[in-house]
Design a protein around this ligand. Structure first.
Ligand code: EPZ
Length: 420
C-alpha cells in the first residue's frame, strides 16, 4: 500500500499551475454520449477518475484517444446502455450516464452508486427529475433500470440544488422534444462549463449560471471537433491557497479562475493572510498569526464543502476558537478525527466542529477517508512539526494531478513510497 511521508515545518514558496477541473471534466466527457460527432476535450487533468470515465465510455462503445491532458472521443451508431458495476462502484459520477443514454436510446441500466465516507448520497433527485420527463425506473438486483417510450420537456423544481442531478437533467433535456425548465438548479461553475460545452455542440440553453435553466430540445447535437478547454479546478486552487496559508508560505498561483474562490479568499483575508493579484497570478502570503474564522459550507457561491476539511486543518493552528459547520454532507467532518491524532483540539457534535487552535500540530500516522480529507491531511502534515505518514492514497489519486510533485517544487519535504 502506498503512503506519503512528510517532514513538516517547511514554508512553501514559488509558483504553481492549476490543472483542469475534475468535476467539470467528468460531466463533459459523459456529455459526449449525446452525439455521434467527434469531440476533442482539452485541459483534462490526469486523474484516476478520468481513467474510470474513459473506461466507462469505451465500455458503452465510444472510441477514445487519450493524450496528455487531451481526450478525443468518436464513435457512432448504437451504444450499450448498461454501466458495469466495477466502474460505477469506483466513481459515483458514473450515474451521470443515465440521462444521456435514456435521452438517446430510451433506456439505461446503472448500478446504484451507493454511499461513501461523506454520506449515503442518494440519487432520488436525479430519478424524480427523469421521471418528470417521462422515464419509468425500478430497482432490481442493486441496479436501477430506466426506460421511456417518449421523453418530453416539462418544468422540474429540484428539491435541493444537487450538482449531479442538475447535470443529469440538463444533458437529458438538450435532445428530447419540448422545453424543459429546471428550477432551483445548482449554479456551480462546473455546471456552467458543461452548459457551455453543450452549446458548442448545438444545444439550446438559456439561464446559464442562474438557478433557472431553460432548455429547448434539438434533434441532434454535433460533435466539438475544434476542441473545448475545461475550466481550472477551483478546489485545487483552494487547496494551494490553504497550503500557502498553513505553512506561512508565499505561493503564486496561475492558470486559475479566482472568482470561483471568492468565498475562500474572503475568509483567508479575515484569517490574516495577504492576497494580491498581479498579471493573472494570485499571490498568497501566509502570516505567522492565523486568526480564527468560522465557516459554514453552502452551495456555490458559498463556502465549498470540498474545502471544509482543508479549512479545518488551517483552523487547527489558528490563535483561537472557530466553528465549522458542514451543511451539505451528513458525514463530512471525519477528517477532524485524524487531525486530533496530530494534536488538534477539535470537538465534533453532529454537523459542527469546534476547533480550538493550538501552536502547532505534530506529525503522526493518519489515514485518509475521502479525497478532500486526503488533501487536508497533507496540508496538516506540511504544517506539523516532525514526520507524518498518510495512507488512503487511492482517494487522493482520484482528484489531484501530481500533487506531490507540485508540493515538492514549492519546497515541501514530501515523498510517496510503496509500503509492502
Ligand atoms: C458534486 O457531487 C461533486 N462531485 C462533489 O465533489 C461535491 O462535494 C458536491 O457536488 C457538492 O458540491 C462531482 O462533481 C463529481 P450533490 P454530487 O448532488 O453531485 C444530496 C469531490 O471531492 N442529494 O450536489 O454528488 C447529497 O446526498 C466531490 O470532488 C440527494 O439527497 O453532489 C448531498 O447531501 C465530493 N439526492 C447533497 O445533496 C440526490 O439525488 C449535495 O449533493 C442528489 C444529492
Amino acid at each position: 500500500m502506498d503512503k506519503i511521508i512528510i517532514n513538516g515545518g517547511k514554508r512553501l514558496c514559488g509558483n504553481v499551475k492549476i490543472s483542469g477541473s475534475k468535476n467539470a471534466a467528468l460531466p463533459i466527457l459523459i456529455a459526449t454520449l449525446l452525439t455521434d460527432g467527434k469531440c476533442v476535450i482539452d485541459n483534462v487533468p490526469e486523474l484516476e477518475d478520468i481513467n474510470t470515465v474513459v473506461a466507462l465510455l469505451k465500455h458503452l462503445g465510444k472510441k477514445i484517444k487519450k493524450e496528455k491532458n487531451k481526450i478525443t472521443i468518436t464513435g457512432n451508431g448504437k451504444l450499450r446502455t448498461d454501466a458495469p458495476y466495477e466502474l460505477v462502484s469506483k466513481m459515483r459520477a458514473s450515474v451521470l450516464v443515465a440521462g444521456p443514454l435514456l435521452a438517446r436510446f430510451k433506456k439505461a441500466e446503472i448500478p446504484l452508486p451507493g454511499g461513501c465516507a461523506i454520506g449515503i448520497r442518494p440519487i432520488n433527485i436525479h430519478l424524480d427529475g427523469l421521471a418528470k420527463l417521462g422515464a419509468k425506473h425500478f430497482v432490481a438486483g442493486g441496479n436501477v433500470k430506466l426506460a421511456a417510450n417518449k421523453l418530453k420537456g416539462t418544468q422540474i423544481v429540484l428539491d435541493f440544488p444537487s450538482v449531479g442531478a442538475t447535470e443529469n437533467l440538463l444533458m437529458t433535456a438538450t435532445v428530447i422534444s419540448g422545453k424543459t425548465i429546471i428550477k432551483n438548479a445548482a449554479v456551480e461553475p462546473e455546471i456552467t462549463d458543461l452548459a457551455n460545452f453543450l452549446i458548442k455542440m448545438g444545444a439550446n440553453i438559456k439561464g446559464i449560471g442562474t438557478k433557472t435553466l431553460e432548455i429547448k430540445g434539438v434533434k441532434k447535437l454535433t460533435g466539438c471537433s475544434e476542441g473545448y478547454k475545461i475550466i481550472a479546478d477551483r478546489i485545487e486552487t483552494g487547496t494551494f491557497i490553504v497550503a500557502s496559508s498553513i505553512t506561512s508560505g508565499d505561493i503564486k498561483i496561475s492558470n486559475a479562475i479566482f472568482e470561483h474562490n471568492e468565498s475562500l479568499i474572503e475568509k483567508i483575508k479575515l484569517a490574516g493572510m495577504k492576497i494580491s493579484m498581479a498579471n493573472k497570478f494570485l499571490r498568497v502570503k501566509g502570516s505567522k498569526k492565523i486568526k480564527p474564522v468560522d465557516a459554514a459550507t453552502q452551495v456555490y457561491p458559498g463556502f465549498a464543502t470540498d474545502l471544509q476539511p482543508l479549512w479545518m486543518a488551517l483552523m487547527s493552528i489558528a490563535s483561537g476558537e472557530s466553528i465549522i459547520t458542514e451543511t451539505i454532507f451528513e458525514n463530512r467532518l471525519q477528517a477532524g478525527v485524524e487531525f486530533i491524532k496530530m494534536g488538534a483540539d477539535i470537538k465534533i457534535k453532529g454537523n459542527t466542529a469546534i476547533v480550538k487552535g493550538i501552536k502547532n500540530l505534530t506529525g503522526a500516522k493518519v489515514v485518509a477517508s475521502d479525497l478532500r480529507a486526503a488533501a487536508a491531511l497533507i496540508l496538516a502534515g506540511l504544517s506539523a512539526k516532525g514526520r507524518t505518514e498518510i495512507t488512503g492514497l487511492e482517494y487522493l489519486d482520484r482528484g489531484y494531478e501530481n500533487i506531490v510533485g507540485k508540493l515538492k517544487k514549492l519546497g515541501a519535504d514530501i515523498k510517496r513510497v510503496i509500503d509492502n
